[in-house]
Design a protein around this ligand. Structure first.
Ligand SMILES: Nc1ncnc2c1ncn2[C@@H]1O[C@H](COP(=O)(O)OP(=O)(O)OP(=O)(O)O)[C@@H](O)[C@H]1O
Ligand SMILES: [Mg+2]
Length: 450
């Protein structure tokens, strides 16, 4: 129980840390990416602005100016292996270019990303690679000599550069961030294991104390209760000694004592089972499910007859499980008692035992009041009982099904339930079989309608 809670807490904790880390990683990645692009844009803008002084020469002399001239103002900041400069006239026609590639799109002022075909070997144009680039285009204006007359557009200059370096830096940054987040998550997980252990410890201690108290109190209450029961039984066996006016009170005390005795037994059983005292193997022995179920049917037949309920049993024989007879008897009699208690007069209760793979499946089905879907998750909780007005049964403690579940789990089994209000319920217990030696169907129908 605490182990499950601890893992749940740890998973919630790690989910929160992982969400914070992902937001952080995404934020840092986007922020650095933008900063790198902003720096590159500034560089390209400076390059384009320094190339603007050559605009008139390129416009007049074309490509020949660029091939012949050695000293240009932008020479020192221009890297011909990674960058490219292009001059366009006002109509967007290329006047000249310098650098290792050309973008085949018309100039658009501002920054843009693109992909160009790059030919490493000029002699073999078929061997091209695709290069991602960033381009920055500025507009060049001719100063007007006429005052108050706006400057006219002369053309455009586009400076571009490959963004392989930025991509590489971004990839490295991503790997570092993911690696860092992974390490942080692992360390948080280790820290979380310790934290959840520390957080659960006080709860576990008080829960264990409470359980110990329940076990001790129920155990200690047994003695005085046995004494009361013995005295009441003596009074019941000698009615002549009791004043007739007190006879009813004696019967009330006797019934209350029985009820209290049952409650104390149930509490003691649950407190002990919670300590995970799984029965030692030597105390468990091979038991026949069929004989246990038949005995229960015989025991509860009168009860079914009293309520005019048709109790049908269909039991395959030859199934043995490793278990404790009294506990298994309690498990199935609790379920069958519930089926009879929560089924109105004239209803049907069916008990079935069959094999599925290596398990025995015991099904207890009734046509009773049923349990609503909202209430189904709680029925195995201690002291939980559906609305008394609906179940019309007083005196139950609400411990029956929690004991059923504890016994089934103690025997390596499972219990499941399906139910529909006013249609009926179906409880199914699955127990691992010890061995299987052929099955013979014993069908037994006890029709108790009078
Ligand atoms: N076969 C059933 N059909 C309808 N409701 C059921 C059935 N079995 C159990 N329930 C509901 O589940 C509740 C819990 O059952 P559980 O056996 O644990 O307690 P109980 O029968 O009320 O008391 P007791 O401890 O005496 O068995 C019941 O009060 C009842 O509302
Ligand atoms: Mg019950």
């Amino acid at each position: 129980m605490f182990q499950g809670l601890r893992w749940r807490l740890l998973i919630y904790y790690l989910t929160v840390i992982a969400s914070i880390l992902s937001v952080f990683v995404a934020g840092v990645y986007v922020f650095f990416g933008r900063t790198l692009y902003r720096q590159l844009d500034k560089k390209l803008l400076t390059l384009a602005q320094s190339a603007a002084s050559s605009f008139s020469s390129v416009e007049n002399q074309g490509e020949s100016y660029l091939t012949n001239v050695d000293k240009v103002p932008w020479r020192d900041i221009f890297n011909r292996d990674k960058q490219s400069l292009e001059w366009f006239n006002a109509d967007g026609d290329l006047l000249g270019s310098k650098g290792f590639f050309q973008l085949e799109i018309p100039p658009q002022p501002g920054a843009l990303n693109g992909v160009v075909n790059f030919y490493p070997d000029q002699d073999s144009p078929e061997e091209s690679t695709q290069v991602s680039i960033r381009a920055y285009t500025i507009s060049v204006f001719k100063d007007s000599n006429v005052p108050d007359n706006p400057a006219t557009l002369e053309g455009y200059i586009r400076a571009s550069q490959s963004i392989e370096e930025i991509d590489a830096v971004q990839n490295r940054l991503f790997l570092v961030l993911i690696g860092g987040a992974g390490v942080t998550l692992i360390l948080s997980g280790l820290g979380g294991i310790w934290l959840t252990h520390e957080a659960i410890s006080p709860i576990r201690t008080s829960f264990l104390k409470l359980k110990q108290f329940t076990a001790d109190a129920s155990h200690e209450l047994r003695g005085p209760l046995t004494a009361i029961k013995a005295s009441v039984d003596i009074m019941k066996t000698h009615p002549e000694r009791v004043h007739p006016k007190d006879a009813k009170k004696i019967m009330a005390i006797s019934s209350a004592t029985d009820q209290m005795g049952q409650l104390i037994e149930d509490l003691l059983f649950l407190a002990r089972t919670d300590k995970k005292v799984v029965l030692p193997t030597r105390e468990k022995k091979s038991v026949s499910l069929e004989s246990i179920l038949q005995n229960i049917v015989i025991l509860l037949e009168p009860c079914a007859q009293e309520k005019k309920i048709t109790l049908t049993s269909k039991l395959d024989s030859g199934f043995f499980v490793l278990g404790d007879i009294s506990q298994l008897t309690r498990l199935f009699s609790n379920l069958l008692q519930n089926a009879l208690q929560y089924t109105p007069e004239g209803g049907n209760v069916t008990l079935e035992l069959l094999k599925q793979n290596r398990s025995a499946i015991i099904t207890i089905k009734d046509t009773g009041i049923g349990i609503s879907t909202e209430q189904l998750p709680y029925i195995f909780d201690r002291f939980w009982r559906a609305d008394k007005a609906r179940s019309r049964r007083e005196g139950g403690t609400g411990l029956g099904l929690s004991i059923v579940k504890a016994i089934a789990e103690n025997h390596g089994g499972k219990i499941s339930v399906t139910s529909n209000v006013n249609v009926g319920s179906c409880f199914q217990v699955r127990l691992p079989l010890l061995n299987y030696s052929g099955a013979k169907i014993i069908s037994n129908k006890v029709t108790s309608k009078l």
